[in-house]
Write a protein that binds this ligand. Structure first.
Ligand code: NAI
Length: 377
């Protein structure tokens, strides 16, 4: 099988998410790392790209140069990852889609709902793939949970409860650290802080496992460190189209919690629990029965969980390999094999609509508001 060619924008040396993309894209031998504009400082980015093995002619100074350099090459990249800060996602993703490239964009896909709808339309018109990196949905045991819901193993889903709450911005004496401060500054972060950063992962996960979409929501936002203009804590209640009730708590001041992402799905005949800090296990309780630990790699799992699991039972399979699962599904999709569950631009715009709705609701005393993007109403 010929390897696909992959390029990345952002994700430079010292960035938070860059290493997970490199490990993920290269883990299964489906892609070669062929091109990159990795840093906001052109020379630094070019140097780093070459140290990672990219040839000098494809180590670009910025994304415009990369687009110009790649678009007419016969061996142009098959997929570009956008791993830059949020405010740049829209124009980079739009430009590459319009020039016929497949794109994996980091979350949040855009800064506004209108931009998100535009990306959905451009992706559809181009016939190219636009995926969004909701990578937690690609853990094998998350796929197992979704498959169990789809096969009716916990009955109709009544309730989804999810948290994405950590304590890493809980130190008020560190609030002016530039790496922390921008996240709560509307000029840099947009309309929402913690909800747009972590809450949308939890909301996407609720939709993904319950196999349903958020329809309305009511939000309560708090800036528990008073110098912060945007929220560092949010409680969001939501209702899904199929009637499921949702509860979501997201916080960056929950001192003592580390990654802090978990989800519980309660159906008419059973309940499930998954947590990102023990991702190999899914906890299952049938109504009236004993609680069981379902382990990644054991017999009898659904195919969608098995196919995304590479190492033997009881060996931890962590975050970079969840990202690798996104890249595997992308490689299949680029090669013409549809992969159910690959988060797409529709998921990206639904998240943006939820962010704007939550901001509005929080300002309006927790009013219940339609949270769907206009194009999906
Ligand atoms: P970061 O600030 O650690 O790194 C950003 C990188 O992009 C740096 O190397 C910087 O030099 C480069 N860069 C900035 N502007 C650029 C430009 N115009 N052209 C080329 N390179 C540029 O940021 P981090 O935390 O890695 O976040 C990047 C994106 O990834 C954000 O959108 C964030 O929301 C998302 N993210 C997603 C996660 C997930 O779980 N899916 C986890 C962490 C971040």
């Amino acid at each position: 099988m010929n390897k696909l060619k992959w390029g990345m924008i952002g994700g430079g040396e010292g960035s938070q998410i860059g290493p997970a993309h490199r490990l993920g894209a290269l883990a299964d031998g489906r892609f070669t790392f062929s091109a990159g504009a990795l840093d906001h400082r052109p020379d630094v980015g070019k140097d780093y790209a070459q140290r990672l093995g990219i040839t000098a002619d494809r180590a670009y100074g910025d994304w415009q140069e990369m687009l110009a350099g790649e678009k007419d090459r016969e061996d142009r990249i098959d997929l570009v990852t956008v791993a830059t800060p949020n405010s740049t996602h829209f124009e980079i993703t739009k430009s590459f889609l319009e020039n016929g490239f497949n794109v994996l964009c980091e979350k949040p896909m855009t800064m506004t709902v209108e931009e998100g709808e535009e990306i959905v339309k451009i992706a559809a018109a181009s016939g190219k793939i636009c995926a969004v990196n909701y990578c937690y949905s690609a853990y094998p045991m998350v796929r197992q949970a979704r498959a169990m819901v789809r096969h009716g193993e916990i009955g109709k889903v009544r309730l989804v409860v999810t948290n994405f709450s950590h304590g890493h911005h809980g130190d008020a004496t560190d609030a002016d650290n530039p790496r922390v401060r921008w996240r709560y500054d509307p000029a840099m972060a947009g309309v929402s802080g913690q909800f747009a950063d972590c809450g949308i992962h939890a909301l996407h996960m609720a939709s993904f496992i319950a196999d349903d979409e958020v329809e309305t929501l009511s939000a309560d936002f708090a800036s528990t460190i008073p110098s912060r203009e945007l929220e560092d804590d949010a409680m969001v209640n939501f209702r899904m189209t199929g009637g499921t009730v949702g509860r979501l708590w997201t916080s960056s001041v929950a001192i003592g919690r580390q990654h802090g992402f978990d989800i519980q799905i309660f159906g008419e005949t059973g309940g499930l629990r998954w947590t990102s800090e023990q991702p190999n296990q899914l906890i299952y309780t049938p109504v009236g029965g004993r609680t069981q630990i379902i382990e990644k790699g054991e017999g009898g799992l659904h195919e969608d969980a098995n196919r995304l699991s590479r190492v033997a039972i009881a060996h931890p399979e962590g975050f970079p390999l969840a990202v690798a699962n996104i890249y595997c599904d992308l490689a299949d999709a680029i090669s013409g094999e549809h992969r159910d569950g690959l988060p797409d631009a529709a998921a990206g715009v639904r998240s943006m609509a939820a962010v704007y709705t939550a901001v509005k609701s929080a300002k309006d005393g927790g009013a219940w508001i339609d949270a769907r993007p206009p194009m999906y109403r």
